[in-house]
Design a protein around this ligand. Structure first.
Ligand code: CTP
Length: 400
């Protein structure tokens, strides 16, 4: 959905990590993007134009000898975004100084579309003060610098400098092509289920996967915000580049949310908090006996309600699953917990791939969201929340 029909120009420079671009091209093509590649002369030592053009289905360029002297202009006009991956320190420095001595660098300066670079080099080279200055200069000029990864480098050293994971590069491309509605906002997103223990090995919980919470975090990232994830038990992998905390019980979730709350701009409370906990918990493993075991359950703290009480300027968005009276029940929760908005999902779509929900706001708006994936659903929710609460000047005046 996010990259369908988008035209991505990938510039490849002469670094050992350039072989990973093959995988990146496959990923982008699978998502429906169109990809063209432009190489520096030294990149030819590391990747093959034949492989690149086979994977992308388009010619690969590295020189002007195509009888098309204006190819750099054509490529710059063709693309929606220009990414250089990997970017060597040599090319980074040329770009920072305005040097256009090959087809890739000339195309860069001819291009006024969103531009990104994914640096890759030995950590000592990347942390050199001149290179850091050059990167800062590019950033100041509006270039998105995709952070390199840490790990074992091709030279055998361990440190920062690995080309970013191709999935992260893909996420940055989506970000570059998406309106930045959440720019500068820090957003707390809770996800997954909490556990309430009877003894060290037994607990009650629920089957929430955390998939929707992760989709919300990605949607916020695509739109320029900084997501902070607080995850209970989840069945999805959270990419390591997201800021993440993990919790086990509702009490831990409450503590962390209260700690983070003053420093965030919005909260999407997507965690499926277990509603009850055992009145008594046992330190040792409970032994099986012949008699009936009677346990008592107490309600867990209502985290969202606690946040609602402490709300200052933060936007609070809750989620509810209902089997009947969807809107009525959800509106009661919105009021009881002092929320700005709530998204209610019909119970029958739980566990399905498609997404269905109704966004209800404090001022009586109602938006139905039906999409074929949770990713699209999460994107629309975050987009609409931003449009209603942050882009509408009326809202600030009327309701804050
Ligand atoms: N929630 C919470 N703390 C709880 C229970 C729920 O913060 N102890 C949050 C959920 O994360 C969700 C919203 O409140 O964003 C609504 O959750 P839901 O379970 O639908 O509401 P409850 O108040 O628990 O009501 P009920 O289970 O009776 O429908």
């Amino acid at each position: 959905m996010f990259l369908k029909g988008k035209r991505i120009l990938i510039g490849i420079t002469g670094g050992i990590a350039s072989y990973k671009v093959y995988e990146l091209i496959r990923l982008l093509i699978k998502e429906g993007a169109e990809v063209k590649t432009v190489l520096t002369p030294s990149a030819l030592n590391f990747v093959s134009p034949t492989v690149l053009s086979t994977l992308s289905g388009k010619e690969s360029y590295w020189d002007w000898n195509y009888r098309r002297p204006l190819i750099h202009i054509d490529l710059a006009k063709w693309c929606d975004a220009f990414l250089i991956a990997p970017a060597t320190v040599n090319t980074i420095s040329k770009l920072a100084c305005g040097i256009a001595d090959n087809l890739l660098t000339a195309t860069w300066f001819a291009c006024h579309k969103p531009k990104l670079i994914a640096p890759a080099a030995n950590s000592v080279m990347l942390s050199d003060s001149i290179i850091c200055e050059n990167l800062k200069r590019l950033k100041k000029a509006g270039v998105e610098i995709i952070p390199s990864d840490e790990g074992l480098l091709a030279c055998g050293d361990v440190g920062e400098g690995k080309l970013a994971n191709v999935n992260l590069i893909r996420d940055y491309l989506v970000k570059a092509l998406t309106p930045q509605r959440w720019k500068g906002k820090t957003v707390l997103i809770t996800l997954g289920s909490t556990k309430e223990y009877l003894d060290p090995v037994r607990f009650i919980s629920n089957s929430s996967s955390g998939k929707m919470g992760l989709a919300l975090a990605k949607a916020i990232f695509y739109q320029g915000g900084e997501p902070i994830l607080v995850a209970g038990d989840i069945k999805v992998d959270i990419p390591h580049w997201f800021r993440k905390f993990t919790v086990d019980t509702s009490e831990e979730l409450l503590k962390l949310c209260l700690e983070l709350f003053p420093s965030v701009d919005a909260v999407f409370m997507n965690a499926a908090v277990t509603d009850y906990r055992f009145k008594e918990t046992f330190r040792g493993k409970l032994k099986k006996k012949e008699q009936t075991l009677k346990v008592e359950l107490d309600p867990t703290p209502d985290i969202l309600k606690e946040l609602g009480k402490r709300k200052d300027n933060q936007l609070l968005v809750g989620f509810a699953v209902e089997t009947e009276n969807l809107i009525e029940n959800a509106l009661q929760k919105l009021k009881r917990k002092n929320l700005d908005a709530i998204v209610v999902n019909p119970a029958e779509v739980m566990g399905k791939d498609r997404y269905e929900g109704i966004l209800l706001t404090k001022d009586g708006r109602k938006e139905e969201i039906k999409t074929s994936t949770k990713e699209e659903g999460a994107f629309l929710i975050t987009k609409k929340v931003a449009q209603i609460f942050m882009e509408d000047p009326q809202w600030e005046r009327k309701y804050r």
